[in-house]
Write a protein that binds this ligand. Structure first.
Ligand SMILES: NC(=O)c1ccc[n+]([C@@H]2O[C@H](COP(=O)([O-])OP(=O)(O)OC[C@H]3O[C@@H](n4cnc5c(N)ncnc54)[C@H](OP(=O)(O)O)[C@@H]3O)[C@@H](O)[C@H]2O)c1
Length: 255
């Protein structure tokens, strides 16, 4: 993929991996639009990178996804890259799911339904553009799940599967489908859990990982991963089973 001269929408781009990627893509000469659900975070992002265009959008809501698509394709008629980045992660005890059901479906809506719906909205538009691409972000936990995050890991496996089928179905359209598979990256994803488990500072920096994404896109790597994520991406089923067992042996159970 060309890494300059694009017009790119990054969902959930006001912090973490999305924000660092936006910063590096702007420096490379791309027009970058970020959306996020909180206006204060977007204002902070815009103060740090004045060239950014920002838009409030909660991607868990169907009507807001449609409004985002209509607005952005009117304002940026040659937008050619969609990066489905927004995501959340929650600890879920499958033996005690006593919250309102919407609490559980929110993770599915943000991590899986939004990338699927946004892609479906953007595909006809992207087909008319030069160098079009969709970038989905899954996780190494989509390959070997951590049992405390059952919904999160399932949504990320689903993103991997969707990326494969989307790439196949769109192979004659000219739209390139990339899948970014991060290892643990230092960010605010599931902040409470990272705080509780004293892992806030464990992982790769967002700036380093954003640079890896850009290098991967430039090389045309359809699956972009690094470190442990690369091991999990390429592991055999037996190796994945071993990883699953050792990862989960060390996890404090809910019961
Ligand atoms: N960090 C890791 O270790 C890691 C590993 C593998 C995969 N990933 C994936 O990488 C992506 C980025 O995560 P990150 O680590 O950069 O976490 P992050 O710092 O929490 O960034 C995620 C961004 O998405 C936004 N967002 C969440 N729900 C949204 C919604 N409904 N509508 C619009 N924006 C929303 C968040 O806003 P709020 O602050 O308001 O929630 C936040 O700005 C996620 O898909 C995550 O699953 C991360």
């Amino acid at each position: 993929m060309l890494i300059s001269g694009n017009i790119i929408l990054i969902t959930g781009g006001a912090s973490g991996i999305g924000f660092c990627l936006a910063e590096q893509l702007v420096a490379l000469g791309n027009e970058v639009i970020i959306c996020d659900r909180r206006e204060d975070k977007l204002t902070e992002a815009k103060t740090k990178i004045p060239k950014l265009t920002t838009r409030v959008c909660d991607v868990s809501k169907e009507e807001e996804r449609i409004a985002l698509f209509e607005w952005v394709t009117k304002e940026f008629i040659n937008l050619n890259v969609l990066f489905n980045n927004a995501g959340i992660q929650r600890d879920i005890n499958l033996l005690n799911m006593d919250r309102d059901w919407s609490y559980y479906t929110e993770e599915i809506k943000i991590n899986f339904e939004a990338p699927l719906h946004l892609s479906s909205l953007f595909i006809p538009h992207l087909q008319q553009q030069k160098n079009p691409a969709i970038i989905n972000i899954s996780s190494d936990l989509g390959f070997a799940p951590l049992s405390v995050f059952p919904i999160y890991c399932a949504t990320k496996s689903a993103i991997h599967s969707l990326s494969l089928t989307m790439r196949f179905q769109l192979r004659k359209t000219g739209i390139e489908i990339y899948e970014v598979i991060p290892p643990k990256v230092i960010s605010e994803l599931n902040y409470e859990s990272r705080l509780r488990t004293n892992t806030l500072h464990i992982g790769q920096s967002t700036a380093e990982f954003a640079a890896i994404i850009i290098k991967g896109l430039e090389r045309g790597d359809l699956e972009i991963s690094y470190g442990l994520a690369e091991k999990r991406r390429t592991a055999s089923r037996t190796e994945l089973d071993e990883m699953f067992n050792s990862m989960n042996d060390n996890v404090k159970d809910f019961v």
